[in-house]
Unconditional design. Structure first.
Length: 274
């Protein structure tokens, strides 16, 4: 095999490297529209019976939060989704994107790729976005067991070709060190870290992850604006998150808590937008 080419993704190779996530079914496909959409459709039809990890070499209709597109290039990124069943209703999953962010950040840190976290669902490296998290949930009425099926979608840049960065239209980070790894080993490490986090989150919620998230907070102490569809909803100094995953802002009127939703975080007067 040409050494310049990435090692092909293999369900068997990934499964062989799992420990905490050994009961996860692994699927690898060359291309699909969206791995999140694939698994959410199965959840709606009662076709999920256990955790499933679906990985695509290329997504033609990858999605980010708030309906944004997630652009990727085959072989230059990891795009995958993990379907997981939680015992309670979907509404109790506030803070889950942040907990998953902690899991991914710690897994990457263990591989000598230090990263930071941007509320509520982005992973930053060297001041630019390296990965994004999209979580979708559906109360499990079709399966007849109660609780909620949740699909955790992640896009992680390994290499950032200039043409793709131009399409994205903003600075985007890459992780060349990870790009030189066997992607199956990387996928197994990420899946194990996420699965262990999901088990703990299901039992204890976000609170056990709050302190770690705050240590990894990319914009701690920075002036930020919360915007929704171009409108500024709130602004102040980012003071971290609370035990439920709400962003804490110190404003002229005092400290306020912002719940995750269809909002974006932008650096305020002392920094450029991101």
């Amino acid at each position: 095999m040409d050494a310049a080419l990435p090692v092909p993704l293999s369900a068997a190779a990934i499964a062989a490297g799992l420990h905490a996530a050994s009961d996860v079914a692994i699927e690898v496909v060359a291309e699909t529209g969206s791995t999140n959409a694939d698994l959410m459709a199965r959840a709606a039809n009662g076709q999920l019976h256990g955790p499933v990890l679906r990985i695509a070499e290329h997504q033609s209709a990858g999605r980010g939060r708030a309906g944004r597109s997630w652009l990727s290039s085959p072989g230059h990124s990891l795009t995958f989704s993990l379907a997981w069943h939680f015992a309670g209703p979907a509404r109790r999953l506030a803070g889950l994107p942040l907990a998953v962010g902690v899991a991914v950040a710690d897994a990457l840190g263990a591989l000598a790729v230090p990263v930071q976290l941007k509320w509520p669902n982005d992973i930053y490296k060297d001041g630019a976005k390296l990965a994004g998290i999209l979580i979708e949930s559906s109360n499990d009425s079709a399966g007849g067991v109660g609780g909620a099926w949740t699909v955790i979608g992640i896009g992680l840049n390994l290499v950032m070709p200039e043409q793709l960065e131009a399409q994205i239209g903003r600075d985007a980070a890459a992780a060349p060190w990870l790009a030189r790894m066997d992607r199956n080993v990387l996928m197994a490490a990420l899946t194990d870290a996420i699965a262990a986090t999901l088990l703990r989150f299901d039992a204890q919620g976000f609170a056990p992850f709050a302190a770690r998230w705050n240590l990894l907070h990319a914009w701690a102490g920075r002036h930020v604006r919360i915007v929704d569809q171009g409108a500024v909803l709130q602004q102040g100094v980012a003071a971290g998150v609370d035990d439920t995953g709400r962003l804490l802002l110190d404003t002229d009127q005092g400290r306020v808590a912002i719940s995750a939703g269809d909002v974006s975080l932008r650096l305020g007067q002392d920094g450029a937008g991101a």
